[in-house]
Design a protein around this ligand. Structure first.
Ligand code: UDX
Ligand code: UDX
Ligand code: ADP
Length: 474
């Protein structure tokens, strides 16, 4: 029976996952460790290092009872029956596979640490998204450094939570996937982990596979989701040139029960720490397996996403009379999606960089992204006058005041409820709105007097004058 769990890595995955395990398994003691003192201090404070709806409540219910955050990695590993490896696996930035392969240095260092410290049997579970056959590497490290009498079982248990809905996703997971070795010991380890999840997940929703299927399923699930977005985004470009409306198309297509309606929201492009990284990883795997045609197929999903981000940014510039030099442009939203403060691979970074390259002055507001994070994300541009060209605000009204255009980059609910009449009255005219998330009431905005552009729908002049009618206020 698992009595103590250690999780190495207190990030977006490890933190929420272990908090929910602690909530649902009062008989198990969960210790989340991280090498970053700052991160652990934040997990132990009132302001958690990540924003997730509902997470504060879960942590405050369990912390100090059966949920602990610590930098004492050694003790936690020593005492645990089961260890989750939940460290980051970024895309390699140098060497073999640069720009595509996942960098396993953090996974490897966690495995070496376990091998060094463990003095009794452990079940080691890879939670981080890893390339197929990573479990084998972990196993090699552990078994090559094995102390006498210590044995290991390695399981793959990928996490499918999405940021912004992490707690809900964990509480009501569509499925739990556990991969392990097809041996008696492997099956026994799978059974132990199943029992942890069975505290709240119905047994029929816990599926078990071999290790490689489990690892590949995680990459495949993310690749499929990303592919749906690239598919609808590709159609959005056709819509803009033909008069079709991508929302109508998505609805009509999504009602086919074989296709389904989710993940068909056309947008400025997908972001986040997973989709691009996992697709690159899959493409790299195909190259290593000498399957170039398969690699090219998935590469197309990434290429379409890049195209969408560039297309949207270019549309902003061309609409503003082909120059944004010294124009003030407000960006509403900087996170890669709503309900998170995470900006990893956020399409807003692409849009901001393009506009800055063209000489614009940006006014940025996001409800949850810290100012320092925005500056860090944009600093690779190396513009000497970056600080004077980026202004960060704490509300949408001051952010949009005296600007020429608003660019909506994240679908935060609060952007739908703004008083756009007031905003319009305080903007430079003609005032533009570029809705990169299709969340605003475009007819209403046009009635107010905005020039409105969005993804996947051509708002023609005829359409504009029809909507404006006699109420035109320009
Ligand atoms: C298709 C659409 O399903 C239908 O809605 C449209 O009106 C016409 O085109 P059809 O071509 O008759 O219908 O058959 P369908 O069941 O879609 O199969 C098409 C091909 O895909 C077949 O060769 C089928 O064997 C293959 N297929 C289907 C697979 O290889 N795998 C699958 O999972 C599903
Ligand atoms: C994703 C997967 O959903 C999750 O299962 C996996 O564990 C990690 O990767 P995440 O990246 O946190 O989760 O968020 P997700 O909701 O998938 O959104 C990813 C990006 O796609 C966001 O930028 C989002 O705005 C965009 N998106 C999503 C669209 O543009 N259109 C859609 O219809 C859905
Ligand atoms: P994810 O989104 O996959 O959860 P994050 O970057 O949010 O990734 O979190 C990963 C965490 O793992 C970071 O806080 C990092 O400090 C931690 N980490 C990486 N390597 C180790 C290690 N060897 N020991 C302990 N913590 C580690």
């Amino acid at each position: 029976m698992i009595k103590k769990i250690c999780c190495i890595g207190a990030g977006y995955v490890g933190g929420p996952t272990c908090s929910v395990i602690a909530l649902k398994c009062p008989d198990i003691c969960v210790t989340v460790v991280d090498k970053s003192r700052d991160r652990i201090a934040q997990w132990n404070s009132d302001k958690l290092p990540i924003y997730e709806p509902g997470l504060d409540e879960v942590v405050s219910q369990c912390r100090g009872k059966n949920l602990f955050f610590s930098t004492d990695i050694e003790t936690a590993i020593q005492e645990a029956d089961l260890i989750f490896i939940s460290v980051n696996t970024p895309t390699k930035t140098f060497g073999n596979g640069k720009g595509r392969a996942a960098d396993l240095k953090y996974v490897e260092s966690a495995a070496r640490m376990i091998a060094e410290i463990a003095t009794n049997d452990k079940i080691v579970v890879e939670k981080s998204t890893v390339p197929v056959r990573a479990a084998e590497s972990i196993m090699n490290i552990l078994r090559a450094n094995n102390k006498p009498g210590v044995s290991y079982q390695i399981l793959s248990n990928p996490e499918f939570l999405a940021e912004g809905t992490a707690v809900q996703d964990l509480l009501c997971a569509d499925r739990i996937l556990i991969g392990g070795e097809d041996t008696l010991e492997g099956q026994a380890a799978i059974e132990e982990l199943c029992r942890v999840y069975e505290h709240w997940i119905p047994r029929e929703n816990i599926i078990t596979t071999n290790t490689w299927s489990s690892e590949l399923s995680k990459l495949a699930a993310n690749a499929f989701l990303a592919q749906r977005i690239s598919s609808i985004n590709a159609l959005s470009a056709i819509c803009e040139k033909t008069g079709a409306d991508v929302s109508e198309v998505a609805r009509a297509v999504g009602l086919d029960s074989r296709i389904g309606s989710k993940f068909l929201q056309a947008s400025v492009g997908f972001g986040g720490s997973c989709f691009q990284k996992d697709l690159l990883n899959l493409v790299y795997l195909c190259e290593c397996l000498k399957l170039p045609e398969v690699g090219r197929y998935w590469q197309g999903v990434i290429d379409m996403n890049e195209y969408q981000k560039s297309r949207f940014s270019a549309q902003v510039i061309s609409s503003l009379f082909n120059t944004v030099t010294d124009k003030h442009i407000s960006l509403l939203g900087f996170a890669f999606k709503k309900n998170t403060g995470d900006t990893r691979e956020s399409p807003a970074i692409h849009v901001a960089q393009t506009l800055l390259d063209e000489g614009a002055i940006l006014h940025i507001y996001d409800p949850k992204v810290e100012e320092a994070q925005i500056m860090e994300d944009l600093s690779p541009l190396g513009l000497s006058d970056l600080k004077t060209r980026i202004n960060i605000y704490h509300d949408a009204y001051t952010a949009t005041r005296n600007t020429h255009a608003i660019v909506v980059c994240t679908e935060w609910d609060e952007f739908m409820e703004l008083d756009y009449k007031k905003i319009f009255s305080e903007m430079t005219k003609p005032a533009y709105i570029f809705d990169g998330r299709k969340i605003l009431d475009h007819d209403n905005l046009q009635r107010i007097g905005f020039n409105v552009q969005t993804i996947g729908k051509k708002l023609t002049r005829a359409a504009i004058s029809r909507v404006w009618g006699s109420q035109t206020q320009v």
